[in-house]
Design a protein around this ligand. Structure first.
Ligand code: SF4
Length: 188
């Protein structure tokens, strides 16, 4: 068995490299030296906000070949100052997970299986149900004749992956339609 050279002793490595605290080149392995961050080859980086909860941590989204390759905390964010929780750190999977559902699925009443349906057909079905429920549960006036102009037949519960603009439009749409139960998961 070959013995390691005494020149490899930690204190000698520190003296040789000038790494007096022992936290730099004196303790860097060859494997660590050969690695580089995956963002090193990114084509571009964009600022964003984590979609998962109401904290709103700042994110840097790195892309390569028009694909998200890494999401990291934004040090310039006054909210999070570069930090992300484990969920926010994993938000690259939001776009790249092989389990991401990219087609419209419909399960008919009492059916056991889901079926793929055309997007236009799905939108028509939603609109039909929305209008029918709105009309069926419309309340124009209360028992004393005072105006209500509301419906109890529709409600909205948004998910935290909706962005500000989507939430703004949803609030506008449902309020204009007469709904009064409008909520978001991030507020619950
Ligand atoms: S990183 Fe975590 S704490 Fe920050 S917004 Fe996302 S889910 Fe919320």
């Amino acid at each position: 068995m070959s013995r390691k050279s005494f020149l490899g002793w930690p204190v000698l490595r520190q003296l040789r490299t000038g790494d007096t605290t022992g936290r730099g080149p004196a303790v860097t392995s060859a494997r660590t030296e050969s690695t580089e961050p995956r963002i090193a080859t990114a084509d571009s980086v964009a600022r964003s906000v984590c979609p998962y909860c109401a904290v709103g941590c700042g994110q840097l989204v790195y892309t390569k070949d028009n694909k998200v390759i890494q999401v990291e905390g934004d040090p310039d964010s006054p909210i999070s100052r570069g930090r992300l929780c484990p969920k926010g750190s994993a938000s690259e999977q939001l776009g790249n997970s092989p389990n991401r559902v990219t087609e419209v699925l419909y399960r008919a009443p009492r059916a056991r299986d889901w079926q793929r349906i055309d997007r236009e057909k799905a939108i028509d079905m939603i609109v039909d149900r929305f209008l029918e429920a709105r009309a069926n549960w419309w309340e124009d006036r209360d028992e004393d004749g005072r105006p209500l102009r509301r419906t109890m037949g529709i409600a909205s519960l948004g998910g935290a992956t909706l962005d500000n603009e989507e939430n703004y439009l949803i609030k506008k749409l449902f309020t204009a339609a007469g709904a009064i139960q409008i909520e978001n998961q991030a507020r619950i």
